[in-house]
Design a binder for this molecule. Structure first.
Ligand code: AMP
Length: 215
């Protein structure tokens, strides 16, 4: 079972992908997380990648093509995978087609731009364990430190308001055309993700006619 989660930044792709991954035991692959890992390595490529991310731009398709090809070749993908944040351009979708990868479902998460700005600019993350909080909807116990390990919470560089707005422009221009691309292939279902994760999960199950073998 190969699934793609489409949707603007902050639409909840990662949260849903993790839930589904745990339920059906196939990996959730976040290209954003893979790229941030490359940035942390401080390699030359990592430094280049950081410039794109910090400015709210997409990392070039050539880099993404190699990254996704290597990741999908790993053994844990043999029974299927969930893609969170890939493809983000028509060219990237064509790369999957060229690799002969068959996609079973494309789930498009929908939410307004205003809600995205509120979600992302209020997001705080733990630099140590990666736990995610929100200053209003999901604050940590004291609002400043991680509940898991006590580290100081930080804001992702690309969650600052100007960068979030840039990411939205990029989404509408380069990623939104994928909705038509996958609609034409009759693979796309849209799910409202403007409320909470439990509702989004329900919408997802409905969209795939409950065909996942969920525990
Ligand atoms: P995310 O964590 O999915 O919001 O991704 C964070 C950032 O990583 C994005 O704003 C892009 O700069 C970059 N990125 C993630 N996935 C891709 C992709 N498929 N193509 C190009 N850039 C990406």
């Amino acid at each position: 079972m190969n699934i793609i989660f489409l949707g603007p930044p902050g639409s909840g792709k990662g949260t849903l992908a993790d839930k589904v991954s745990k339920a059906v035991h196939i990996p959730a692959i976040s290209t954003g997380a893979l790229l941030r890992e490359a940035v942390r390595s401080q390699s030359e490529l990592g430094k280049q990648i950081q410039q794109y991310i910090d400015h709210g731009n997409l990392v070039p398709d050539t880099i993404m093509g190699n990254l996704i090809k290597d990741r999908l070749q790993l053994k844990d993908c043999q029974d299927g995978f969930i893609l969170d944040g890939f493809p983000r351009t028509i060219e990237q979708a064509q790369m999957l087609d060229d690799l002969g990868i068959c996609i079973d479902h494309v789930i498009n998460l929908t939410i307004s731009d205003e809600q995205i700005v509120a979600r992302l600019t209020g997001r705080r993350v733990c630099p140590k364990c990666g736990a995610t909080y929100h200053i209003e909807n999901l604050p940590s116990a004291d609002g400043k430190h991680c509940d898991v390990d006590g580290a100081d919470l930080t804001q992702r560089e690309d969650d600052h308001p100007e960068t979030v707005r840039r990411r939205l422009v990029v989404y509408h221009e380069l990623t939104e055309p994928l909705i038509a691309y996958y609609s034409d292939k009759q693979l796309l279902r849209s799910v409202d993700s403007s409320t909470d994760p439990a509702n989004t999960m329900q919408g997802f199950l409905k969209a795939i006619d409950g065909k996942l073998d969920l525990e």
